[in-house]
Write a protein that binds this ligand. Sequence first.
Ligand SMILES: [Zn+2]
Length: 312
Amino acid sequence: MAANKGRAKKQAGAQLIKAVLVLMAALAIFVLEKTGVLQTAAGDKPAAENADAEVDFIDVGQGDSTLVCSDGKYMLIDTGDRDGENTLINHLKERGVKKLDYLVLTHPHADHIGEAAEIVEGFKIGKIIMPRVPDDLTPTSSVYEDLLDAAADKGLKIRAARNESFELGEISVQTYAAEGEYSNLNDYSVVLRLTHGENSFLITGDCEKQEESELLERGCDVSADVLKVGHHGSDTSSTSQWLKEVGAQYAVISCGADNKYGHPDEETYSRICKYVKNVYVTAEDGSLAFESDGKGLTVKPFDTADAAKGGK
Ligand SMILES: [Zn+2]
């Protein structure tokens, strides 16, 4: 009996030590998260040491906006919806942006072009790229009309997206334009694949299943370390085949807290988690800054990133 009691005591002691160790590990992870570096788990890319390219997924509420910076060059992909608080414009100012070399609007829905007119008015703009869409899908919204007016006032032509590649500082950009005929504007989203050394990003606008399968059938290279999930994590997008082909280690879902669309869809979110190890949602994680040195990749909340560096 006594021996049994002793063993039980010993076992309880070992369990207590185990529990304390687990608690300490959890605390260490919590501290790491709070201090800025979100991911350093085994199997991830090593951390970027001297980042010379940054990709920010900006928390613009229910909408999309991604800023790409490299070597003093900037590309803005989508502008979120109309926003009285100027979240996007403030973000661009914090990054020190004076000129956007490229303004890519993945498709002309308000949650992607809401602030486009203001951006065109407030910044120097190199090229504006938008998808060509059928007449019956061309929007008549005021945000779209305002954008056309702002571009015309500055003498800027809007260029139709095509399958092409160009350089942005040290980043190579490949754009894919849909070639099929669709009944939904989302499936005309310009999809962009960015590569910086060994790191790659896929930005998909509101691309839905039909466009996903078109791109796969065309043999487009959609592989990426970081995926900006299509259509705010809706069940219209992110098929298993798509997620498998992309093969991302990081996924970002851009949506607003408690949005009326129920984004991200629960089942879609679980599917994404099955294929991607690190999944972020801007509604919970806020704006995220991915930093790349061409080999390593670091993700931080934007407010702890070195914003002043502005892609150098
Ligand atoms: Zn959208």
